[in-house]
Write a protein that binds this ligand. Sequence first.
Ligand code: ANZ
Ligand code: ZN
Length: 840
Amino acid sequence: TTHYDHAQVQEFWQYVWERDDVYALDADATDPTYVLGMFPYTSGTLHMGHVRNYAITDAYSRYRRMRGDDVLHPMGWDAFGLPAENAAFDRGTDPESWTQACIRRMREELETMGFGYDWSREITTCEPEYYRWNQWLFKRLYEAGLVEYEAATVNWCPDCETVLADAQVVDREDERSESADQGAGDAASGRGDRVCWRCKTPVGRRELDQWFFTITDYAAELHEGLDDLEGWPEGVREIQRNWIGRQEGARITFDVAGYSGAGGSGDGDDDRTVDVFSTRPETIYGATYLAVSPGHDLARALAEDDDAVADYITTVREQDPDRVGFSGVETDATAVHPLTGAELPVYVAGYVLEDVGTGAVMGVPGHNERDHSFAREHDLPIERVIVPDADDNGGSGTETVEGSPYTGAGVLEHSGEYDGLESEVAGKRIVAGHDALADDVTYRLRDWLISRQRYWGTPIPMVHCDECGRVPVSDENLPVELPAFVRTTGNPLDAAEEWTETTCPDCGGPARRETDTMDTFVDSSWYYLRFLSPALADAPFETEVANDWLPIDLYVGGDEHASLHLLYTRFFTKALADLDLLERREPIRELVSQGTVLYDGEKMSSSKGNVVTPEEYGAETTRLFVLSAAHPEQDFEWTANNVRGAYDLQQTLYRMATAFVEEGDARVERRDHDEYVAREIDRTIAAVTEEYDRYRFHRAATEIRELARLLRRYREYDRPHGDVYRRGLLTLAALIAPMAPHLGEELWNKLRGDGLAVEADWPEPDHDASQYRLERRLVDRTLEDVRDIVDVADIDDPERIELVVAPDWKYRAAELASRTDSGDDGSDPVDAIVDAVLAD
Ligand code: ANZ
Ligand code: ZN
């Protein structure tokens, strides 16, 4: 039969690959090429984003393998998280069974797609063998001072009496927040009427002690390191830069006096200082008040004697952050302006954020939007100290600053000795000229809150003892395993009383286990290391192996992970390096942030019901289509037509190989156009190699199609030369095998009859192909078109003509030229073609 039965072909080769264990990493590999796709969250089914992601890593690993590399291409499961808990709650099952069922289904789907993984390295984050190392690593970070236990504000449902993850806080209209995927990573948008997903009660706020990783200790390195990540898309680096939010400015110290509280912070002094951070020190003469956040030490101290302050702090804490606005309370304290000596009022204000800068600001209403709003609301003076440069015609120079603040650069006024200076120069001089000011850099990055008051995660390995305080569980007692799941509105771990009761590792007295579990982003921050030694029993990974095998050579995933996951992974790597567990400080060499698959302009997703399942067209068609549709980083539209195109290509290649084998009808003497085709084969090998090296699968596919078309013409025209034609077909089989491995095997098998394409050597050009590697983008030119182009452009350089000439046209013309004998003198047939065209 000449019909390519994709289902049968897929099943057959998948069986052979598994039987021959072709994807297992060679046991003596010393420095394998590490290709990794972001492991999937166990949601129950693969979506088109996964398929695209894993088609990319699969094609690249197959290509590297054929180039002769040892390749590490593993797969695992991001298996903890809130959705499993919700599903279990809704369906009366437990998260463990639900997750394992999801894994079974998804693994089958991956296998159906023919993705080649070393399944002996499979890891599952919800299994104690994995999460014990989360606990172990938590302890190492704890010992290194990178873990803190601090009060933080959480969403609280007063009816269910439980903490809610951001994903469990929904708009009143919504059934459930759509982005329930990764749990509580991103902050909820906070607009509208925010209610509990389960009981629809409006959500409040609560203060709870929570566990943090102090990622901010690495802010500077995380920021600077981005410049050297040359294999990362600039867009992702920019997202990380913004996330880290480096800001240059000055730290300004204000003396504060006039309140009677003893302070409570233990420094015992009535007079204290408050540092503020400002990006615009040149506006200092416009400062008309000082404001501290409700969590600032000064606010706490003032609250002791001032009920209004205490009440305000409580109110803000319980409020939805979006409701806080520009509320604030004036205190009895005053701050001394460090340059003018003026006494400024001191406010506690909710718009000043506790963990940004120093948690305090100097209010400059004339030049800062937020300060302006605050001043309007509290009748504070608004002063203008910078006017736009006259020749800047930057606008509102004459307008009063009452109406709107002037936030641009300009020239100073009402600023003492600095009047008349350009703002940038003035800023530098002001900082240099006063002890109360110093250059400073801050980062918007916050510490990583890892506590989740949920069941389906890694238990934080700490106990609370009345005598000893917080004590880590000893290493010998890891893992702290999850107790059986119970269905409850709150945190099931709080309900597991027997589990919670334990003894203190220090004093042996009664103690309670920590019931918070870890953010699932902890699991994914170091999983890439576990793949290196997945069965290791006494450590999370082997340092020597990691030092030899890292970095990840190619990491592929969706751009929704451009900020958090990739930042956390980089943080973990640096922290592990500081713990002497690793040499490398950056885990990923090349990163591909794959684009979105669209359907009618919308993201293909199960919630929109527009998922085209791979089975509809066969796995191979889907793979080939998603790879050939666009550059991996670009979005593309799923269109039936182009899917059909990917299907037809397979049929064509299959028919060509079948016909050749069956008919065996070939010439033995070589003519000019045989040489031409032979060189085109070489040229294609060189071009496809270059495209695969840069993950430009869509361009590799175009080259492959062009060669296929040339070979077809070659054969249709006359009996082709046996060796040339056969080599052409074998080349196609090898070149397409990384993207369409089942087809690759089938062709290889037909033409060679032995060995597997997956283990074949990557083809090498017979000739020096470099001289033929001219770019050709116009593939469907006819003779007439070419003559027009040559005429219009008045081109007389044959190389430039070659740029616009399609290979199949060149073949036909080469044949024409050889028949008119113009190629017999050994001249380049392409020259002869050009002559023929021009002479016509
Ligand atoms: C005085 C000033 C004058 C500022 C001026 C800006 C403009 P942006 O504005 O995003 O670049 N800031 C500092 N710490 C803060 C905190 N904990 N909570 C809220 N705001 C805080 O951020 C820099 C500015 O944010 C800082 O510079 C500070 O206001 C404010 F014409 O200081 B500025
Ligand atoms: Zn104790």
